[in-house]
Design a protein around this ligand. Structure first.
Ligand SMILES: *Cc1c(COP(=O)(O)O)cnc(C)c1O
Length: 379
């Protein structure tokens, strides 16, 4: 027997207690029992995003959540600035074009994050931009953006809405929606929220709600105006993914019990411990501004990615993520987002060492594992 272990940045592992809640008999979404659950979910989502503003639940994946913001807050012809530093940034350049928005693309090299000066210059050049879209943790490259700092610059320089793809950041990186002046933040269920795919969560500031009032974009199902109206009654406009809402209720209660600051700390420690182990065996990290959700690593010289990945899966039951586009076969990505602890980092480090040895790569077994363990011993 080999146990299956998931180390991908979405879907992420689901805690057993949450799975049990989702296995309960289905309830009807218009009865008081569900209303009570959704009321609690709404309140705990505000805690997760550190906001007093509405955080709505949509039954779609994260991409649908971001689409809801494009179609609900803008009108065809509106200009937005979108930062593209990887697969997701690229998506937030393509998608708004589909809806007739004018997109100013700001490309940054994979593995890096946008700089303050560049964003300031772009805003000076495009004073008519209605929004700036940022990817907080670019999952394809493991690069984290300093959203707090950039939100300050955007607010200082312009009236543009600060819109954040927080899909692998919320729950891993500090996010203070109100304090930092964020206008839109989206996350998804299968990432830091530790439940299966199928829900998106969208927080909107009063400025974003005001933008919604003047938007003329055609939309129906993903209309945040309808979602907001229902949110005020702790309801949803359509049949929600009931079992997933029940699951996220359980997951959010775990999050509340651990405490959001402790969760941010845990992710920082998991990420830095794993990085210490990776570097101890001489492997190279990919990102220069590392995310606390996912760690991308260069596939070392002499190792074939397909063999490495196949061995990890077949012999150790471990699923990780590969590189995308030009980095396919060149990097691999290990997730530590959501339901992970210290021993999980020891496990994945051991599996990497083992697999490298099985691929005839020279590695001193235990070297990386020791570094990971010692990192957790640090005060
Ligand atoms: C996973 C992810 C998405 C897309 O979410 P889906 O749930 O796959 O639609 C968007 N942005 C980032 C940063 C992600 O990690």
């Amino acid at each position: 027997m080999i146990k299956k272990r998931l180390f991908t940045p979405g879907p992420t592992p689901v805690p057993e207690s949450v799975m049990l809640r989702m296995a309960e008999p289905i309830i009807h979404h218009r009865n008081p029992e569900f209303r009570e659950i959704l009321t609690r979910v709404h309140a705990n989502l505000q805690y997760l995003f550190q906001t007093a503003q509405p955080v709505m639940v949509l039954s779609c994946s994260g991409t649908g959540g971001v689409e809801s913001t494009f179609v609900s807050l803008f009108s065809p012809g509106d200009k937005i600035i979108s930062v593209n530093g990887g697969k997701f940034g690229e998506r937030w350049v393509k998608m708004p074009k589909t809806f007739g928005l004018t997109v100013v693309e700001h490309k940054v090299a994979w593995g890096t994050a946008p700089g303050v000066d560049d964003i300031r210059a772009l805003l000076k050049q495009h004073p008519d931009a209605k929004a700036v879209y940022l990817v907080h943790s670019e999952t394809s490259t493991g690069a984290a953006t300093d959203v707090q700092k950039l939100a300050g610059v955007i607010r200082e320089e312009s009236k543009a809405l600060v819109c954040v793809d927080g899909i692998t950041a919320v729950g891993a990186h500090e996010m203070r929606f109100d304090e930092w002046g964020i206008d839109v933040c989206v996350t998804g269920s299968q990432k830091g929220l530790m439940i299966p795919p199928g829900l998106a969560f969208i927080a909107l500031s009063p400025r974003a709600v005001a933008a919604m009032e003047v938007s003329t974009m055609p939309r129906f199902y993903l209309d945040l105006k309808k979602a907001l109206k229902s949110w005020k009654e702790n309801d949803t406009p359509w049949t929600p993914a009931v079992s997933l809402v029940v699951g996220v209720d359980a997951a959010l209660q775990m999050i509340r019990a651990e405490g959001i600051e402790n969760i941010w700390d845990r992710h920082r420690t998991l990420a830095t411990a794993l990085r210490a182990g990776i570097e101890a065996i001489g492997l190279k990290l990919f990102s220069s501004t590392p995310s606390f959700a996912v760690t991308p690593v260069w596939v070392p010289e002499g190792v074939e990615w397909k063999k490495f990945n196949g061995t990890l899966k077949a012999r150790h039951g471990i699923t990780i993520a590969g590189g995308q586009d030009e980095f396919q076969g060149k990097i691999f990505r290990i997730s530590h987002l959501g339901y992970y602890d210290a021993l999980d980092m020891v496990t994945i480090m051991a599996a990497i060492e083992w697999t490298l040895a099985e691929c005839s790569y020279p590695v001193t077994l235990g070297k990386g594992v020791g570094a990971v363990m010692r990192h957790f011993l640090k005060p």
